[in-house]
Design a protein around this ligand. Structure first.
Ligand code: DCM
Ligand code: DCM
Ligand code: DCM
Ligand code: ZN
Ligand code: ZN
Length: 271
């Protein structure tokens, strides 16, 4: 996701974590405001192009080598690169949070990675190989030319919310409040109870592979419904946007809700 998506995921998680969890991460991240997660949600993107952060550049996605739209699916052995992917990274940084031999600043860094990567895995194109997660697919967006990855990371959400290039944190905060009430009492109330089914802190790979497969399934249904060649040059700000917007909302809501549950499990085990 772009920064709007990540910050929104963080604010949703902030709404749903238990009080002990909030206290634990406020202490670790040294921020006792309600912005303790939102404030670090995009940090992993800010370091990925720096010299010291380069080792993390593949940690944001898993390149499913499937064949949309006829077949979608992620396979950990096949698709997770030797030097890591979003699934192995969720496991790695989750385990670092339990490692009391690490300095607190290392565990704080691990928390920042977990907060970010649980968001990214819910972006369908972060669980797809085609054209480097859609980065190589050029499309029309209104009067602009963009790549498909950027459309799903950023453009659809910004259009839904009505142009929020400035005041990202404010827009994210409001969007998160909205999606949180849909989870508690609105359109996601019934289904959200099953969003944490199968979540297992003893098996972070299986847990996050389930999230990756669910996310990747939208490649065949909504991202590339007619395949990677058909979409090239198409105008996506019309009918395509209308079908994509509910998927973005659902995936951002799920990511925030699951991040809260995952952090609760972590703190339950540590304390
Ligand atoms: N940070 C870090 N390493 C960097 C840059 C930032 O550990 N190279 C930490 C310091 C802040 C947090 O990330 O606590 C947020 O960073 P930023 O100020 O870049 O948003
Ligand atoms: N931090 C880091 N690497 C360092 C120093 C700090 O990742 N070498 C991160 C860990 C904390 C945050 O920065 O999240 C706190 O840093 P500061 O006290 O500089 O804001
Ligand atoms: N990305 C992805 N899958 C890939 C390559 C990149 O999901 N195989 C993502 C990571 C960034 C965006 O695409 O969100 C742009 O990546 P880059 O700047 O590495 O091209
Ligand atoms: Zn992206
Ligand atoms: Zn990312």
């Amino acid at each position: 996701w772009g920064s709007l998506g990540h910050i929104t995921v963080a604010y949703i998680a902030t709404k749903f974590v238990k009080e002990d969890t909030a206290t634990y991460f406020q202490d670790l991240l040294r921020n006792d405001t309600e912005h303790y997660m939102a404030g670090v949600a995009t940090w992993a993107d800010s370091i990925r192009y720096t010299k010291w952060g380069r080792f993390t550049k593949n940690f944001h996605f898993i390149d499913a080598k499937d064949t949309p739209p006829s077949y979608c699916g992620v396979d950990f052995e096949r698709d997770c690169k030797e030097d890591g992917c979003v699934v192995s990274s969720i496991q790695n940084y989750t385990l670092q949070l339990f490692d009391s031999s690490l300095y607190p600043w290392r565990r704080a860094q691990a928390a920042k990675f977990v907060i970010h990567f649980v968001g990214d895995i819910h972006q369908p194109l972060h669980a797809e190989n085609v054209a480097q997660g859609g980065n190589g697919i050029h499309v029309k967006w209104g009067n602009s030319e963009l790549n498909l990855h950027h459309v799903w990371d950023t453009s659809i959400a910004e259009k839904m919310l009505g142009g929020v290039r400035r005041r990202q944190y404010q827009a994210a905060f409001e969007w998160a409040a909205n999606l949180s009430s849909e989870i508690q009492t609105g359109k996601y109330m019934a289904q959200s109870k099953s969003w944490t089914d199968g979540m297992n802190l003893d098996d972070p790979i299986a847990t996050s592979m389930a999230w990756a497969n669910e996310s990747n399934a939208f490649i065949c249904s909504h991202v590339l419904p007619e395949g990677p060649r058909e979409i090239v040059g198409q105008q996506l700000a019309g009918e395509y946007f209308e079908k994509a917007a509910p998927v973005i909302e659902l995936q951002v809501a799920r990511a925030g809700y699951r991040l809260a549950a995952w952090l609760d499990l972590i703190v339950d085990r540590i304390t």
